[in-house]
Write a protein that binds this ligand. Structure first.
Ligand code: SAM
Length: 345
């Protein structure tokens, strides 16, 4: 997929911090993959990095960049936003068709933009021929080029805002960095961490094929056995969800962790096993994927479904064996191929 980056020219650290922050926030929120800023501004980089790590995504920030070199040597479509250019309305269809296969960079000014910008760019683009602001010009340009795709509510690692007509609802999907910290704080044994990473590799691939939420599946499968830091019993899913609740992890992930054991635990079984008096059956597609990807691994060793069910049969766990077969069938249908044939590198 092609990317759009933003190049900020003429940034004056002593007076433009706030507006350049806004340019970067608009770039990130409206679909660009990163921003380059000409003057070195460590404080600005820190502010932006904090926002990105809190709200997630891989937005790239680099200040102290030789803008002319960057712009000249950029391999892709070079766009300069200026009130003196051709209208975005007349250029947008041409630009959109170029951007299907090419990366692009959008230059916006702060102070007066040197004439070289007009010469190096492929397109000098205006958003009306009136003077206004780099923030509005960038927002409208990205919206026209991405045709509103920025509104698709994408779940990322970090804090996700869930639309709410009144008040604030957020959910936290831990990033891989956060998960390493949780492993360390829980003193999770290395073999469990290795197993979790193996499960995550398969689970995310299945999630891709099934159109499930990849970030949720990745985080949940990396965390599904965190409860084993305290208990290796059948209650380790419940213990795990309790640990993760303390970190404020999303309820969706807590449920996946709780319901990953076997292919779920029925209410009767839960009572017999001394677990809380309700069933722990995986219900959402993400819950089912993590449970089944986990079933298909013994440590880091991949098993075929039949090998898994044979283990259950030998222990007289006929109901559980049947559930594993059904889950396998259901997910294989959704993925468009038998899960046993899905490989991960
Ligand atoms: N005074 C500066 C100059 O003459 O180059 C421009 C300052 S303006 C506040 C900052 C930036 O906003 C410009 O460099 C341009 O990128 C963007 N901008 C402002 N009005 C624009 C418009 N009508 N169309 C496109 N970009 C615009």
């Amino acid at each position: 997929m092609s990317t759009i980056e933003v190049l900020r020219v003429g940034h004056r650290p002593f007076r433009d911090k706030r507006i350049t922050t806004h340019v970067a926030l608009v770039a990130r929120a409206f679909g660009a993959s990163g921003i380059y800023i000409d003057s070195k501004d460590v404080a600005l980089e820190e502010t932006l990095s904090k926002i990105v790590s809190k709200f997630g995504g891989n937005f790239r920030i680099e200040s102290g960049v030789d803008w002319k070199k960057k712009f000249r040597e950029f391999k892709g479509v070079k766009i300069h936003l200026t009130m003196y250019g051709e209208s975005i309305e007349s250029l947008k269809d041409k630009l959109k068709s170029e951007l299907i296969s090419k990366d692009s960079i959008i230059l916006v000014g702060a102070s007066k933009v040197p004439p070289d910008a007009y010469e190096i760019s492929d397109y000098n683009v205006s958003v009306t021929n009136q003077p206004h602001s780099e923030v509005s010009a960038l927002a409208i340009t990205l919206d026209r080029l991405l045709e509103g795709k920025e509104f698709d509510s994408e779940v990322r690692t970090g804090i996700n805002v869930i639309p709410n007509p009144r008040g604030k609802t957020v959910e936290y999907i831990p990033s891989e960095e956060d998960i390493s910290r949780i492993y360390a704080e829980a003193k999770l044994p290395q073999n469990i961490a290795d197993h979790s990473r193996a499960v995550a590799g398969l689970a995310t691939r299945i999630a891709e094929l099934c159109g499930a939420n990849i970030d949720v599946v990745r985080a949940a499968s990396l965390l599904h056995d965190i409860g084993r830091s305290e208990s290796n019993g059948i209650d380790h899913g419940i213990v795990g969800s309790r640990i993760l609740k303390l970190y404020g992890v999303s309820e969706r992930i807590l449920q996946i962790v709780k319901r990953h054991v076997g292919a779920g635990i029925s209410q009767d079984e839960a009572v017999k096993l001394g677990l809380p008096d309700h069933d722990l059956m995986p219900r959402t597609i993400e819950e089912k994927i993590v449970a089944q990807a986990d079933n298909l691994f013994r440590g880091t060793f991949r098993l075929k479904m039949q090998q898994v069910t044979e283990i259950y049969e030998k222990r007289n766990l006929h109901e559980a064996s049947e559930r594993i077969k059904n889950l396998h069938k259901e997910l294989s249908l959704l993925a468009g191929q038998d899960l046993d044939l899905i490989t991960t590198e």
